[in-house]
Design a protein around this ligand. Sequence first.
Ligand SMILES: Cc1cc2nc3c(=O)[nH]c(=O)nc-3n(C[C@H](O)[C@H](O)[C@H](O)COP(=O)(O)O)c2cc1C
Length: 363
Amino acid sequence: MSWLFRKLVRPALFALNPETAHEFGIDALRFGLGTAAARNVASRLYGSEFSFGPIERFGLRFANPLGIAAGFDKNGVAVNALAALGFGFVEVGTVTLRPQTGNPKPRLFRLVEDGALINRLGFNNDGVERVVARLRRASHRCIVGINIGKNRDVPVDDAIPNYVDCFRRAYSAADYVAVNVSSPNTPNLRELQRPESLRELLRELQNVNGELSGTSALKPLFVKIAPDVAESDVEAIVGIALEFDLAGLIATNTTVERSGLRSDATETGGLSGKPLRDRSTGIVRLAHRHSKGRLPIIGVGGIFSAGDAFEKIAAGASLVQAYTGFVYGGPSFAGEIVRGLDAILTRLGFTSYEEAVGSGARP
Ligand SMILES: Cc1cc2nc3c(=O)[nH]c(=O)nc-3n(C[C@H](O)[C@H](O)[C@H](O)COP(=O)(O)O)c2cc1C
């Protein structure tokens, strides 16, 4: 099936402008796999069996370790369709407190020679209330995270109440919440990664988390970081995440770096895909080392193959996510990665998934 996508469907989609192709893809998932019967067929064709699963983390059970990264299903319209294609979890969003339209188009670009994308979408989304209402209407066949961000018109100095209100509304519909302080497309957002700002933001969010959770366990809270941070920042962020009892770190978002590209990449925005892979794996490795393995990490950036996913796990990622690899790989992508990971873990003689995390083994 994957040859059919590569020979016929991808060329047709890639003839469209990237954002139109994305909308077409989302509609194909939303309506084409809109019924349980259609999803069962897709699941048989493309789904994934993971013999090392389920993976228990932060009180949640993941059927397999591969999720679809934030930004693909920003409005939570295709969660079950993505699960049918073999993803073990879906991170919806980034959602903001109020709906917003994002930056002017064009704002999404393909770098085909590099296996990459550049985007400067700027958190176009329906707003947290509509997304949460939509998510609550359906029951989901995989873990659902909600990634939250700040409205563009809110100055970074006033960001905390905006995040807190968004978190309050996202809480009930999310299995976990990811705090996005790393998108390059909302002016000054990444300043919130600075230790003093991050500490204040996470303190407030965890206070509200405690209030909403009552006597139950806290909602697993993650912070998603950029790949363009210094080693000392990674160390500081890890320390803050541990201090505030975060469930973990998501590493990484897109990069503003442009080195080593074959394509002429003049567009501003965040670069994702193959050129990001080693940089993000490096951040996973650093975070794992600085936390001495105590802080779970979701590794994301440039995963195109099972070997790429395994590299992130061996560097310390407990779970992985992909976006750009799915755009290039099509509907068979998740199943191929998950089955391939299963084969790698078996070949290397691991008897449990846990053993592979941070093992430093090579695929
Ligand atoms: C078109 C596009 C939109 C994205 N939107 C978001 C977003 O809204 N929030 C977020 O945290 N990350 C967003 N990302 C970043 C991805 O979640 C991921 O961190 C990054 O693309 C690296 O993974 P990849 O190389 O597998 O694509 C977006 C990425 C792309 C390509």
